[in-house]
Design a protein. Sequence first.
Length: 558
Amino acid sequence: MKLESRKVLEGPERAPHRAMYKAMGLTDGDLDRPLIAVSSTCNEATPCNIHLGRLAQSAKRGVKDAGCTPREFTAIAVSDGIAMGHEGMKASLVSREIIADSIEIMVMAHQYDGVVGISGCDKSLPGTLMGMGRLNRPSIFVYGGTIMPGLWNGKQVTVQDVYEAVGAYDAGKMTLQELKSLENVACPSAGSCAGMYTANTMASISEALGMSILGSASAPAESERRLEICYNTGKAIMSLIDGNIRPRDIMTFEAFENAIMMANAIGGSTNAVLHLLAIAREVGVKLSLSDFERIRKRSPHIADMRPGGMYVMADLDKVGGVPVILNSLLKKGLLNGNVLTVSGRTMKENLESVKFNFDIDNKVIRHLDNPIKQEGTLKILKGTLAPGGAVMKLAGVQSKKFLGRARVFDKEEDAFEAVSKRRIVEGDIIVIRYEGPKGGPGMREMLAVTAAVVGQGLGEKVAMVTDGRFSGATRGFMIGHVAPEAMVGGPIALVKEYDQIIIDMQKSRIDLMVSEGELRKRMKKWKPIKPRYTTGALAKYALLVESASEGAVMSTTK
C-alpha cells in the first residue's frame, strides 16, 4: 500500500513538517513508519467516555508494537443520558455528524495512513464508523465497553430504571427517598449504559459489520480484558495496511444485512436503523427501510436483553458475547459468512477459529429453535400517518394493535408536563411533532416521556408517535422516526386533538383515521412553525439534513 503520510514527510521540501513532528519527540525512525490516527471520544461529559483516554494509550501501544507510529486526537461526544429531556438533546444527533467530520478533517489534514477509532456513548459509535467509511483508509473500530449494572433492593438496575422511577414518583408509587437511593447506585462505574441500549447495540453491530475484532463488544469498560482488546485492536491495524484492506471492502451490502440481522436478534435500539442508513450512505451502499423489514422477517429474536428483556451487556459477556449469536445465526444459514472483516479473514473463518464453551440455550441467549420471537424486533411501519416510514421496537411488546385518540404536542416539554400531571390516560396516543431532524432540529430522543409513561404503569395502555427518536432504553408501544416529518408538511403535522389513530403490527401500518378530503383541507391551512434556531450548528444542521428515512444525514446535494 502506498502510504499517504509520505506526501507530508518525504523530500527536502518537507523538512518543516518533519521539524514539527520532531518537536513532539518523534525521530526519523518513527517518521519512516506508517502514521496511524488513534481517535477517541474521551471526555468528562459522561461515564461512557471518561475512561477512553486510558484505552487509547493501550491501543497506541498495540499500534507501536505493530511497527507503526500512533498519533492521538479526540473528537467530541454528547452524553445522551445527561442531555435527555431538555434542549440539550437537540445536540445529540447533530454530534454524530460533527464526530464524523472531525475524524475526516484530522486524518485528511495530516494524511494519516490508517485509523483506530475508540468510542463509547451512543452517537460516537456511528459517528466514528461514518468517518472511517468516508475516508476509506485502513481502519478498525473498538468500543469503550459497557458499564456494570447497579444493585438496588437485590436486583440489577440501570439508568433506565431511574428514568422510569421518575414516572413512578409522579404517580405516587415511589417516595423521594427511594428515588434518591436508586439514583445513588444505578450507575456504579465507567462505561456505556448497561442494557441493550444504543451504545451496546451499535457495539454488537460493529462486530457483525466486520469492523471490529470478533469478541470485542461485550467486555466491561473497566475490565483488564477491555485494555487487552484495545491493545490487540491497535496491533491489528498493520495487517490492514499490508493487505490494503479498507472500510469499503468490509462494509458491503451483505455486511449491512448481517448487521441488521444482529440488531433484530438482540432486540436492539431503534436508533440502529438511523445509524446503519447513515453509515451505508458514507460507503456508497444503497440501504433502505424495506431492507430492514425484509431482513427482520427472517431474523429470530434470541437475546433476552433490556429494556424489553431481563439481562444487561455484562450478562451477555458472561455467556460468550456477540460471537455466540453470530455463530448461531451462521450455523442456521441466516448470516453471510463470506464477508470480509478487519482480521483479513471472512466472518466464517473468524467464527471457525473460536472455541465456544457455552450452551446456546442459556437464559440470556435462546436456541434458534426456541426464540423469544420468531421474527425480529425492529419493525418498519408505513401508512397514512407515515407514508415515508416509521420505526418501532417490538421487544417486550405483547399487543398487536392499538386504536386510540391523539393527544397532540408540538414539543417534548409540553408532552412531559402532560404526563407528569397525569393528564394522559389509558387509550391515549401521545403525538409529539416538530421534533424531527429539521423541526427539532436534531430529532430529540424522548426517554423522559416514555419512561414516565411506563413508570406510571400505563405501559402498553398508552402509545406514542413522534417524528423524533427514542432512546435505546425506551420500551412499550412507542413509534418514532415518522417520515415525512411535521416541519416539511408530513401528515403528522395535520393531526388534531382526539383524532383516531390505528397502529396495526400485523399489517405493518400506522394510519390517521381522517378522510383524504379533510386532510387536503387541513393542508391548505397548514404553515410550518418558525425555525427554532437561525444561527450556529443546529441551524446549519436543520438547513442541510435529510429525512429520518434516509438516516438523517447532512447533504449538500439538495
